[in-house]
Design a protein around this ligand. Structure first.
Ligand SMILES: [Zn+2]
Length: 264
């Protein structure tokens, strides 16, 4: 036999909870990456490589970049900026200059790979080699930069200046951080996509030369491969690539935030 009080209590407990206002889960505050610059490779007349599905690299790099920005925007407090959010040409130095102007803490240039015989597969990340090294990736640098036109004398002077800056200790530190970032991003992408991980490599990419923050080129897979190219054409697969890039960025942030705490 229940008392009136306990009956009321039971009723109250049995009643469905008042509808909580729908709200997204709290955005995660990043410790070190406050501004993240994402650079969709190519654009405009510079179309990049052709995918097996007939689309151009410039379209897919923009799609992946937007997906990375959307995830970070929803799930973190960081500010994400795209060097282009439309189909327009943009010079190599303009891209890293924008990142510098935004005081970006990190710079990722998004690309897809291709080879003449459609044999290559896999994902890889690149960071800037010192001026006297980097012959390893020269072939890819030439393919990636073919669409940007000839370097003007003004740009050559800028490149020389940039190389003087590259000798600066701060840029040296950014290069060390770039290698860590490259490793974490390629690992994150590999875990999410199951794609073959080709690893971390270094070359003299023009898009990285002017960057004063940790900066990498992300090659998201071979658009020229019959199977991998078709996977890259699938929005669901591109979302997994974007997730993997975000995983890498979050781990990089944790690493940076941890070392800052340890240094205090
Ligand atoms: Zn490219």
């Amino acid at each position: 036999m229940y008392s009136a009080l306990s009956a009321a209590l039971l009723l109250a407990l049995a009643a469905p909870p008042a509808a909580a206002p729908a709200r997204p889960p709290a955005a995660r505050a990043l410790g070190a990456l406050r501004v993240i610059a994402i650079d969709p490779g190519h654009g405009g007349d510079n179309r990049g490589c052709l995918g097996v599905d007939g689309t151009w690299e410039k379209e897919t790099t923009l799609d992946i970049a937007r997906r990375v920005a959307a995830i970070l925007g929803r799930e973190t407090t960081s500010v994400v900026r795209l060097t282009r959010d439309e189909d327009r040409p943009l010079g190599l130095r303009e891209r890293s200059d924008l990142a510098g102007r935004w005081n970006a803490d990190v710079f990722l240039s998004i690309h897809l790979n291709a080879d003449a015989f459609g044999q290559g597969t896999g994902i890889e990340t690149w960071f800037l080699a010192p001026a006297d090294e980097g012959a390893e990736g020269q072939a890819l640098v030439e393919v990636e930069e073919a669409g940007y036109g000839e370097t003007s004398s003004v740009e050559r002077v800028e490149v020389q200046q940039a190389e003087a800056i590259a000798r600066d200790a701060a840029v040296g530190a950014a290069r060390v951080a770039s290698e860590v970032l490259a490793e974490l991003v390629v690992t994150g992408m590999g875990e999410r996509t199951g794609a073959r991980v080709r690893g971390v490599r270094q070359a003299r990419f023009g898009v990285l030369k002017g960057a004063t923050m940790p900066a990498i080129v992300v090659e998201c897979g071979f658009y020229s491969h019959a199977e991998e190219g078709m996977r890259l054409a699938d929005p669901a697969y591109r979302e997994q690539i974007a997730r993997g890039i975000v995983d890498g960025l979050l781990r990089f942030d944790a690493r940076l935030a941890g070392s800052e705490t340890a240094a205090r």
